[in-house]
Design a protein around this ligand. Structure first.
Ligand code: ADP
Length: 485
Protein backbone atom coordinates (compact mmCIF):
# COMPACT_ATOMS: atom_id res chain seq x y z
CA UNK A 1 0.00 0.00 0.00
CA UNK A 2 1.24 3.54 -0.74
CA UNK A 3 0.73 5.65 2.36
CA UNK A 4 1.32 9.39 2.67
CA UNK A 5 1.61 10.79 6.17
CA UNK A 6 0.76 14.47 6.23
CA UNK A 7 1.78 16.01 9.50
CA UNK A 8 3.03 19.26 11.01
CA UNK A 9 5.94 17.89 13.06
CA UNK A 10 8.16 14.83 12.82
CA UNK A 11 11.00 13.63 15.07
CA UNK A 12 13.91 14.28 14.50
CA UNK A 13 13.15 17.12 12.07
CA UNK A 14 11.04 19.25 14.38
CA UNK A 15 9.19 18.48 17.60
CA UNK A 16 6.96 20.34 20.00
CA UNK A 17 5.17 17.34 21.49
CA UNK A 18 4.07 13.74 21.23
CA UNK A 19 2.71 14.16 17.69
CA UNK A 20 6.28 14.42 16.39
CA UNK A 21 7.23 11.15 18.06
CA UNK A 22 4.23 9.41 16.52
CA UNK A 23 5.04 10.78 13.08
CA UNK A 24 8.67 9.73 13.48
CA UNK A 25 7.95 6.16 14.51
CA UNK A 26 4.77 5.10 12.70
CA UNK A 27 6.26 5.34 9.17
CA UNK A 28 9.15 3.08 10.15
CA UNK A 29 6.75 0.50 11.60
CA UNK A 30 4.54 0.65 8.49
CA UNK A 31 7.59 0.21 6.27
CA UNK A 32 8.60 -2.85 8.29
CA UNK A 33 5.18 -4.30 7.41
CA UNK A 34 6.09 -3.87 3.74
CA UNK A 35 4.30 -0.64 2.85
CA UNK A 36 5.65 2.26 0.81
CA UNK A 37 5.37 5.16 3.24
CA UNK A 38 6.31 8.77 2.68
CA UNK A 39 6.02 11.76 4.96
CA UNK A 40 5.38 15.42 4.22
CA UNK A 41 5.71 18.38 6.59
CA UNK A 42 6.54 22.10 6.39
CA UNK A 43 10.15 23.21 6.30
CA UNK A 44 10.42 25.28 9.46
CA UNK A 45 13.55 27.15 10.42
CA UNK A 46 14.04 24.61 13.22
CA UNK A 47 14.57 21.80 10.72
CA UNK A 48 18.03 23.23 10.00
CA UNK A 49 19.06 22.87 13.64
CA UNK A 50 18.20 19.16 13.61
CA UNK A 51 21.22 18.53 11.38
CA UNK A 52 19.38 16.33 8.86
CA UNK A 53 20.62 16.46 5.30
CA UNK A 54 18.32 18.15 2.81
CA UNK A 55 18.25 17.91 -0.96
CA UNK A 56 16.49 20.47 -3.09
CA UNK A 57 13.95 19.16 -5.56
CA UNK A 58 12.63 20.87 -8.64
CA UNK A 59 8.87 20.63 -8.03
CA UNK A 60 7.02 23.91 -7.60
CA UNK A 61 3.45 24.82 -6.79
CA UNK A 62 1.55 28.08 -6.61
CA UNK A 63 -1.28 28.29 -4.10
CA UNK A 64 -3.88 31.02 -4.18
CA UNK A 65 -4.60 32.22 -0.64
CA UNK A 66 -7.43 34.69 -0.81
CA UNK A 67 -6.04 37.55 -2.91
CA UNK A 68 -2.39 36.50 -2.69
CA UNK A 69 -0.57 33.76 -4.56
CA UNK A 70 2.33 32.06 -2.82
CA UNK A 71 4.82 29.70 -4.34
CA UNK A 72 6.11 26.64 -2.54
CA UNK A 73 8.83 24.16 -3.35
CA UNK A 74 10.06 20.84 -2.03
CA UNK A 75 13.14 19.74 -0.19
CA UNK A 76 13.74 16.04 0.34
CA UNK A 77 15.25 14.15 3.21
CA UNK A 78 15.05 10.65 4.70
CA UNK A 79 13.98 9.22 8.00
CA UNK A 80 17.14 8.43 10.00
CA UNK A 81 18.74 5.13 9.17
CA UNK A 82 16.16 4.31 6.61
CA UNK A 83 14.91 4.71 3.14
CA UNK A 84 11.63 6.45 3.94
CA UNK A 85 11.42 9.69 1.95
CA UNK A 86 10.49 12.83 3.84
CA UNK A 87 9.33 15.86 1.87
CA UNK A 88 9.48 19.32 3.35
CA UNK A 89 7.33 22.07 1.88
CA UNK A 90 9.33 25.25 1.67
CA UNK A 91 7.76 28.71 1.82
CA UNK A 92 10.15 31.07 3.62
CA UNK A 93 7.66 33.85 4.38
CA UNK A 94 5.39 31.38 6.19
CA UNK A 95 7.80 28.92 7.76
CA UNK A 96 11.30 30.39 8.00
CA UNK A 97 10.89 32.08 11.38
CA UNK A 98 11.56 31.29 15.03
CA UNK A 99 8.85 29.05 16.46
CA UNK A 100 6.66 26.31 14.99
CA UNK A 101 3.12 27.37 15.90
CA UNK A 102 3.82 30.33 18.13
CA UNK A 103 6.38 32.73 19.58
CA UNK A 104 6.62 33.78 23.24
CA UNK A 105 3.50 31.82 24.11
CA UNK A 106 1.27 33.45 21.50
CA UNK A 107 0.06 31.66 18.36
CA UNK A 108 1.18 33.21 15.09
CA UNK A 109 -1.63 35.36 13.72
CA UNK A 110 -1.22 33.82 10.26
CA UNK A 111 -1.51 30.16 11.29
CA UNK A 112 -4.61 29.66 9.14
CA UNK A 113 -2.74 30.90 6.10
CA UNK A 114 0.35 28.86 6.99
CA UNK A 115 -1.42 25.53 7.30
CA UNK A 116 -3.87 26.16 4.51
CA UNK A 117 -0.85 26.79 2.33
CA UNK A 118 0.85 23.63 3.56
CA UNK A 119 -2.27 21.52 2.91
CA UNK A 120 -2.90 22.89 -0.55
CA UNK A 121 0.75 22.91 -1.59
CA UNK A 122 0.92 19.26 -0.54
CA UNK A 123 -1.98 18.45 -2.88
CA UNK A 124 -0.24 20.25 -5.75
CA UNK A 125 3.29 18.92 -5.13
CA UNK A 126 2.73 15.21 -4.46
CA UNK A 127 1.31 14.51 -7.97
CA UNK A 128 4.59 15.77 -9.44
CA UNK A 129 6.62 13.04 -7.73
CA UNK A 130 5.59 10.10 -9.87
CA UNK A 131 4.22 8.30 -6.83
CA UNK A 132 0.54 7.99 -6.01
CA UNK A 133 -0.68 7.45 -2.46
CA UNK A 134 -3.57 5.03 -1.86
CA UNK A 135 -4.00 6.50 1.60
CA UNK A 136 -3.56 10.04 2.82
CA UNK A 137 -3.19 9.93 6.59
CA UNK A 138 -3.62 13.40 8.07
CA UNK A 139 -2.93 14.39 11.66
CA UNK A 140 -4.53 17.15 13.70
CA UNK A 141 -6.00 20.46 12.57
CA UNK A 142 -2.90 21.61 10.70
CA UNK A 143 -3.55 19.00 8.00
CA UNK A 144 -7.35 18.85 8.14
CA UNK A 145 -7.90 21.33 5.31
CA UNK A 146 -6.04 18.92 3.01
CA UNK A 147 -8.49 16.15 3.94
CA UNK A 148 -11.44 18.47 3.29
CA UNK A 149 -9.95 19.49 -0.08
CA UNK A 150 -9.56 15.86 -1.13
CA UNK A 151 -13.28 15.30 -0.59
CA UNK A 152 -14.59 18.66 -1.78
CA UNK A 153 -12.29 19.85 -4.57
CA UNK A 154 -10.39 16.76 -5.79
CA UNK A 155 -13.30 14.34 -6.26
CA UNK A 156 -12.82 14.26 -10.02
CA UNK A 157 -9.08 14.88 -10.08
CA UNK A 158 -7.42 12.00 -11.96
CA UNK A 159 -4.50 11.79 -9.58
CA UNK A 160 -6.35 12.11 -6.29
CA UNK A 161 -9.82 10.72 -6.85
CA UNK A 162 -9.02 7.17 -5.74
CA UNK A 163 -7.06 8.21 -2.64
CA UNK A 164 -8.77 7.42 0.66
CA UNK A 165 -8.25 9.32 3.88
CA UNK A 166 -7.69 8.62 7.54
CA UNK A 167 -7.67 11.56 9.92
CA UNK A 168 -6.13 11.10 13.36
CA UNK A 169 -6.88 13.42 16.25
CA UNK A 170 -4.03 13.58 18.72
CA UNK A 171 -5.67 16.17 20.92
CA UNK A 172 -9.22 17.40 20.40
CA UNK A 173 -8.52 20.53 22.44
CA UNK A 174 -6.52 22.01 19.56
CA UNK A 175 -8.94 22.71 16.73
CA UNK A 176 -7.44 25.53 14.71
CA UNK A 177 -10.36 27.95 15.09
CA UNK A 178 -10.17 31.27 13.22
CA UNK A 179 -12.44 34.25 12.53
CA UNK A 180 -14.80 33.79 9.58
CA UNK A 181 -12.98 36.54 7.63
CA UNK A 182 -10.23 33.97 7.08
CA UNK A 183 -12.52 31.58 5.21
CA UNK A 184 -11.23 32.60 1.77
CA UNK A 185 -7.75 31.46 2.83
CA UNK A 186 -8.98 27.86 3.00
CA UNK A 187 -9.66 27.70 -0.72
CA UNK A 188 -12.71 25.55 0.00
CA UNK A 189 -16.10 26.08 -1.67
CA UNK A 190 -18.39 28.45 0.25
CA UNK A 191 -20.98 25.67 0.72
CA UNK A 192 -18.59 24.04 3.18
CA UNK A 193 -18.87 27.00 5.55
CA UNK A 194 -21.90 25.62 7.36
CA UNK A 195 -22.60 23.68 10.52
CA UNK A 196 -22.32 20.33 8.72
CA UNK A 197 -18.97 21.51 7.33
CA UNK A 198 -16.22 23.64 8.87
CA UNK A 199 -18.33 26.32 10.47
CA UNK A 200 -18.22 26.38 14.26
CA UNK A 201 -20.30 29.02 16.02
CA UNK A 202 -19.63 31.54 13.26
CA UNK A 203 -15.93 30.74 13.00
CA UNK A 204 -13.75 28.54 10.82
CA UNK A 205 -12.84 25.30 12.56
CA UNK A 206 -10.08 23.51 10.65
CA UNK A 207 -10.28 20.32 12.69
CA UNK A 208 -13.87 19.85 11.57
CA UNK A 209 -12.57 19.63 8.01
CA UNK A 210 -10.90 16.39 8.99
CA UNK A 211 -13.66 15.10 11.25
CA UNK A 212 -16.43 15.68 8.70
CA UNK A 213 -14.72 14.70 5.45
CA UNK A 214 -12.23 11.91 6.23
CA UNK A 215 -13.20 8.36 5.25
CA UNK A 216 -12.02 7.06 8.61
CA UNK A 217 -11.23 8.75 11.93
CA UNK A 218 -9.01 7.73 14.76
CA UNK A 219 -7.75 8.98 18.07
CA UNK A 220 -4.74 7.77 19.98
CA UNK A 221 -6.26 5.50 22.61
CA UNK A 222 -9.46 3.46 22.95
CA UNK A 223 -10.51 5.28 26.13
CA UNK A 224 -10.00 8.71 24.54
CA UNK A 225 -12.06 7.57 21.53
CA UNK A 226 -14.95 7.01 23.95
CA UNK A 227 -14.28 10.13 26.03
CA UNK A 228 -14.38 12.51 23.05
CA UNK A 229 -17.98 11.47 22.41
CA UNK A 230 -19.01 12.99 25.74
CA UNK A 231 -19.67 16.67 26.49
CA UNK A 232 -16.99 16.64 29.21
CA UNK A 233 -14.17 15.78 26.78
CA UNK A 234 -15.69 16.59 23.38
CA UNK A 235 -14.63 20.26 23.30
CA UNK A 236 -17.88 21.15 21.53
CA UNK A 237 -17.44 18.44 18.89
CA UNK A 238 -18.84 15.46 20.78
CA UNK A 239 -22.10 15.58 18.81
CA UNK A 240 -20.26 15.32 15.50
CA UNK A 241 -18.08 12.53 16.88
CA UNK A 242 -21.13 10.62 18.10
CA UNK A 243 -22.60 10.97 14.61
CA UNK A 244 -19.46 9.47 13.10
CA UNK A 245 -18.78 6.94 15.85
CA UNK A 246 -18.99 4.00 13.42
CA UNK A 247 -15.99 5.54 11.60
CA UNK A 248 -14.02 6.30 14.76
CA UNK A 249 -11.39 4.00 16.27
CA UNK A 250 -8.91 4.39 19.12
CA UNK A 251 -5.39 3.09 18.45
CA UNK A 252 -2.87 3.40 21.21
CA UNK A 253 0.39 5.05 20.20
CA UNK A 254 3.51 2.97 20.41
CA UNK A 255 6.87 4.31 21.47
CA UNK A 256 10.15 4.27 19.60
CA UNK A 257 11.79 1.40 21.43
CA UNK A 258 15.15 2.10 19.78
CA UNK A 259 15.30 5.68 21.01
CA UNK A 260 13.82 4.84 24.41
CA UNK A 261 15.83 1.84 25.60
CA UNK A 262 17.65 1.92 28.95
CA UNK A 263 19.93 -0.83 27.68
CA UNK A 264 21.41 1.33 24.91
CA UNK A 265 20.45 4.93 25.76
CA UNK A 266 23.56 7.07 25.11
CA UNK A 267 22.37 9.86 27.41
CA UNK A 268 22.53 7.83 30.61
CA UNK A 269 25.23 7.62 33.29
CA UNK A 270 24.79 3.84 33.24
CA UNK A 271 22.77 1.37 31.24
CA UNK A 272 20.48 -1.33 32.54
CA UNK A 273 17.82 -3.82 31.56
CA UNK A 274 15.12 -5.96 33.10
CA UNK A 275 17.64 -8.61 34.23
CA UNK A 276 20.36 -6.25 35.40
CA UNK A 277 18.81 -3.28 37.14
CA UNK A 278 21.85 -2.01 39.05
CA UNK A 279 22.61 0.75 36.53
CA UNK A 280 19.35 2.46 37.45
CA UNK A 281 20.70 3.43 40.89
CA UNK A 282 23.64 5.15 39.19
CA UNK A 283 21.22 6.98 36.91
CA UNK A 284 19.33 8.17 39.98
CA UNK A 285 22.51 9.47 41.63
CA UNK A 286 23.53 11.22 38.42
CA UNK A 287 20.10 12.81 38.07
CA UNK A 288 20.17 14.03 41.66
CA UNK A 289 23.58 15.56 41.01
CA UNK A 290 22.46 17.24 37.79
CA UNK A 291 19.28 18.59 39.43
CA UNK A 292 21.18 19.68 42.55
CA UNK A 293 19.11 17.47 44.81
CA UNK A 294 20.86 15.86 47.79
CA UNK A 295 21.73 12.17 47.42
CA UNK A 296 19.01 10.85 49.70
CA UNK A 297 17.18 7.55 49.46
CA UNK A 298 13.90 9.50 49.11
CA UNK A 299 11.40 8.49 46.43
CA UNK A 300 12.46 10.55 43.42
CA UNK A 301 9.45 11.52 41.32
CA UNK A 302 10.07 12.63 37.74
CA UNK A 303 7.80 14.85 35.67
CA UNK A 304 8.24 15.96 32.05
CA UNK A 305 5.50 17.95 30.42
CA UNK A 306 4.19 20.95 28.67
CA UNK A 307 3.15 23.36 31.40
CA UNK A 308 -0.48 23.54 30.38
CA UNK A 309 -3.76 23.14 32.20
CA UNK A 310 -4.37 19.85 30.39
CA UNK A 311 -1.37 18.31 32.11
CA UNK A 312 -2.75 18.98 35.59
CA UNK A 313 0.14 21.18 36.64
CA UNK A 314 -2.31 23.24 38.70
CA UNK A 315 -3.28 20.10 40.61
CA UNK A 316 0.37 19.47 41.36
CA UNK A 317 0.86 23.05 42.55
CA UNK A 318 -2.18 22.81 44.75
CA UNK A 319 -1.01 19.53 46.28
CA UNK A 320 2.69 20.38 46.60
CA UNK A 321 2.66 21.80 50.15
CA UNK A 322 1.11 18.58 51.43
CA UNK A 323 3.29 16.41 49.21
CA UNK A 324 6.30 18.06 50.83
CA UNK A 325 5.32 16.43 54.13
CA UNK A 326 6.26 13.11 52.48
CA UNK A 327 9.80 11.76 51.99
CA UNK A 328 9.95 12.58 48.30
CA UNK A 329 11.99 14.58 45.84
CA UNK A 330 10.63 15.95 42.58
CA UNK A 331 12.59 16.54 39.36
CA UNK A 332 10.40 18.44 36.96
CA UNK A 333 11.23 19.36 33.37
CA UNK A 334 8.73 21.51 31.56
CA UNK A 335 8.09 24.55 29.50
CA UNK A 336 5.01 26.52 28.61
CA UNK A 337 2.64 28.87 30.42
CA UNK A 338 4.73 31.57 32.18
CA UNK A 339 2.33 31.69 35.16
CA UNK A 340 3.05 28.06 35.97
CA UNK A 341 6.76 28.59 35.41
CA UNK A 342 6.75 31.35 37.99
CA UNK A 343 4.87 29.35 40.60
CA UNK A 344 7.08 26.32 40.08
CA UNK A 345 10.24 28.43 40.41
CA UNK A 346 8.92 29.73 43.73
CA UNK A 347 8.37 26.21 45.02
CA UNK A 348 11.85 25.17 43.95
CA UNK A 349 13.24 28.12 45.94
CA UNK A 350 11.17 27.22 49.00
CA UNK A 351 12.18 23.55 48.88
CA UNK A 352 15.66 23.54 47.28
CA UNK A 353 16.46 20.06 48.65
CA UNK A 354 13.19 18.58 47.50
CA UNK A 355 12.06 20.19 44.27
CA UNK A 356 14.12 20.77 41.16
CA UNK A 357 12.55 22.63 38.27
CA UNK A 358 14.10 22.93 34.81
CA UNK A 359 12.17 25.24 32.53
CA UNK A 360 13.11 24.41 28.97
CA UNK A 361 12.75 21.77 26.32
CA UNK A 362 15.59 19.32 26.88
CA UNK A 363 15.52 15.93 25.20
CA UNK A 364 18.67 14.68 26.96
CA UNK A 365 17.44 15.60 30.42
CA UNK A 366 14.11 13.95 29.54
CA UNK A 367 15.94 10.65 29.01
CA UNK A 368 17.86 11.10 32.27
CA UNK A 369 14.70 11.79 34.24
CA UNK A 370 12.98 8.74 32.79
CA UNK A 371 15.95 6.61 33.85
CA UNK A 372 16.87 8.28 37.13
CA UNK A 373 13.48 8.76 38.72
CA UNK A 374 11.86 6.05 40.84
CA UNK A 375 8.33 7.07 39.96
CA UNK A 376 6.84 9.31 37.28
CA UNK A 377 3.84 11.54 37.88
CA UNK A 378 1.22 12.41 35.26
CA UNK A 379 -1.71 14.24 36.83
CA UNK A 380 -3.23 15.07 33.41
CA UNK A 381 -6.79 16.34 33.42
CA UNK A 382 -7.19 14.52 30.12
CA UNK A 383 -4.60 12.65 28.08
CA UNK A 384 -5.36 11.42 24.56
CA UNK A 385 -2.57 8.84 24.80
CA UNK A 386 0.47 10.11 26.66
CA UNK A 387 3.93 8.78 25.93
CA UNK A 388 5.85 9.38 29.11
CA UNK A 389 3.99 6.74 31.11
CA UNK A 390 5.16 4.22 28.50
CA UNK A 391 8.73 5.53 28.47
CA UNK A 392 8.62 5.33 32.26
CA UNK A 393 7.50 1.72 32.33
CA UNK A 394 10.19 0.79 29.82
CA UNK A 395 12.76 2.46 32.07
CA UNK A 396 11.53 0.69 35.21
CA UNK A 397 10.11 3.95 36.54
CA UNK A 398 6.74 3.41 38.13
CA UNK A 399 4.02 5.68 36.70
CA UNK A 400 1.53 7.46 38.95
CA UNK A 401 -1.32 8.68 36.76
CA UNK A 402 -4.81 10.12 36.69
CA UNK A 403 -7.24 7.62 35.18
CA UNK A 404 -8.03 9.19 31.83
CA UNK A 405 -7.49 8.47 28.13
CA UNK A 406 -4.35 6.56 27.26
CA UNK A 407 -3.19 6.64 30.87
CA UNK A 408 -6.19 4.48 31.78
CA UNK A 409 -5.41 2.14 28.88
CA UNK A 410 -1.73 1.58 29.69
CA UNK A 411 -1.26 1.66 33.47
CA UNK A 412 -2.69 -1.18 35.55
CA UNK A 413 -3.16 -0.04 39.14
CA UNK A 414 -1.32 -1.75 41.99
CA UNK A 415 -3.85 -3.72 44.05
CA UNK A 416 -3.46 -6.93 46.08
CA UNK A 417 -4.98 -8.76 43.13
CA UNK A 418 -2.79 -7.23 40.39
CA UNK A 419 0.29 -7.73 42.56
CA UNK A 420 -0.62 -11.39 42.99
CA UNK A 421 -1.22 -11.98 39.29
CA UNK A 422 1.78 -9.82 38.32
CA UNK A 423 -0.11 -7.35 36.15
CA UNK A 424 0.42 -4.30 38.42
CA UNK A 425 2.33 -1.57 36.58
CA UNK A 426 1.76 1.65 38.48
CA UNK A 427 -0.65 3.79 40.46
CA UNK A 428 -3.90 5.14 39.13
CA UNK A 429 -6.04 7.76 40.85
CA UNK A 430 -9.64 8.34 39.85
CA UNK A 431 -10.62 11.80 40.93
CA UNK A 432 -8.71 14.86 39.74
CA UNK A 433 -8.29 16.27 43.24
CA UNK A 434 -5.42 16.91 45.68
CA UNK A 435 -6.57 14.23 48.10
CA UNK A 436 -6.59 11.58 45.37
CA UNK A 437 -3.14 12.58 44.13
CA UNK A 438 -1.81 12.59 47.66
CA UNK A 439 -3.21 9.14 48.37
CA UNK A 440 -1.67 7.78 45.17
CA UNK A 441 1.74 9.11 46.23
CA UNK A 442 1.27 7.62 49.69
CA UNK A 443 0.47 4.25 48.14
CA UNK A 444 3.56 4.64 45.96
CA UNK A 445 5.70 5.27 49.04
CA UNK A 446 4.29 2.19 50.74
CA UNK A 447 5.23 -0.02 47.82
CA UNK A 448 8.61 1.72 47.49
CA UNK A 449 9.38 0.60 51.03
CA UNK A 450 8.81 -3.03 50.00
CA UNK A 451 11.80 -3.63 47.74
CA UNK A 452 10.65 -6.98 46.38
CA UNK A 453 7.17 -5.84 45.43
CA UNK A 454 8.54 -2.59 44.00
CA UNK A 455 11.04 -4.47 41.83
CA UNK A 456 8.28 -6.75 40.62
CA UNK A 457 6.18 -3.78 39.47
CA UNK A 458 9.23 -2.24 37.80
CA UNK A 459 9.92 -5.46 35.93
CA UNK A 460 6.28 -5.89 34.85
CA UNK A 461 6.40 -2.43 33.30
CA UNK A 462 9.72 -3.07 31.61
CA UNK A 463 8.37 -6.22 29.96
CA UNK A 464 5.36 -4.60 28.29
CA UNK A 465 5.29 -4.44 24.51
CA UNK A 466 4.73 -0.79 23.62
CA UNK A 467 6.41 -1.14 20.24
CA UNK A 468 4.93 0.49 17.17
CA UNK A 469 4.53 -2.79 15.35
CA UNK A 470 1.32 -3.59 17.17
CA UNK A 471 -0.16 -0.11 16.55
CA UNK A 472 1.02 -0.10 12.93
CA UNK A 473 -0.91 -3.30 12.24
CA UNK A 474 -4.03 -1.66 13.65
CA UNK A 475 -3.50 1.37 11.37
CA UNK A 476 -3.11 -0.91 8.35
CA UNK A 477 -6.48 -2.43 9.16
CA UNK A 478 -8.02 1.03 9.19
CA UNK A 479 -6.36 1.92 5.89
CA UNK A 480 -7.81 -1.26 4.40
CA UNK A 481 -11.26 -0.37 5.70
CA UNK A 482 -10.96 3.12 4.24
CA UNK A 483 -10.00 1.70 0.86
CA UNK A 484 -13.02 -0.56 0.69
CA UNK A 485 -15.35 2.22 1.89
P1 ADP B 1 1.77 16.16 24.42
O1 ADP B 1 1.97 15.82 22.98
O2 ADP B 1 0.35 16.45 24.79
O3 ADP B 1 2.69 17.22 24.91
P2 ADP B 1 2.73 13.45 24.98
O4 ADP B 1 2.86 12.71 26.27
O5 ADP B 1 1.99 12.76 23.89
O6 ADP B 1 2.12 14.88 25.30
O7 ADP B 1 4.18 13.75 24.43
C1 ADP B 1 5.02 14.65 25.04
C2 ADP B 1 6.43 14.41 24.50
O8 ADP B 1 7.18 15.60 24.61
C3 ADP B 1 7.16 13.36 25.26
O9 ADP B 1 8.07 12.71 24.40
C4 ADP B 1 7.91 14.18 26.32
O10 ADP B 1 9.04 13.53 26.79
C5 ADP B 1 8.25 15.41 25.53
N1 ADP B 1 8.40 16.63 26.32
C6 ADP B 1 7.44 17.43 26.81
N2 ADP B 1 7.99 18.50 27.45
C7 ADP B 1 9.32 18.36 27.34
C8 ADP B 1 10.45 19.16 27.77
N3 ADP B 1 10.29 20.28 28.45
N4 ADP B 1 11.69 18.71 27.46
C9 ADP B 1 11.84 17.56 26.78
N5 ADP B 1 10.85 16.78 26.34
C10 ADP B 1 9.60 17.18 26.61
Amino acid sequence: MNILLVVSEVTPFVKTGGLADVAGALPKALARLGHDVRVILPRYREVEASGVSLTRRSERAVVQLDSRAREGSLVESRMPGGTIPVYLVEQPALFDRDGVYQAAGTDFSDNLERFSFFSQAMLALIPQLGWRPDIVHGHDWQTALGIAHLKLTRGSDRFWRSARTLFTVHNLAYQGVFPSEGWALTGLPDEAFRMGGLEFYGKVNCLKGGLVYADRLSTVSPTYAEEVQTPAFGCGLDGLLRQRRDRLTGILNGIDVDVWDPNTDPHLAARYNVRRLSGKARCKAALQRQCRLPQQPALLIGMIQRLAEQKGIDLLLETLPRLMEQPIQIALLGNGDPRYQERLTKFAKTYPDRVSVTLRFDEVLAHRIEAGADAFLMPSRFEPCGLNQMYSMRYGTVPVVHRTGGLADTVTDVTPKTLANRTARGFVFRSHAPQALLQAVERTLQLFADRRAWTQVMRTGMQQDFSWDRSARAYVQLYEQAMTA
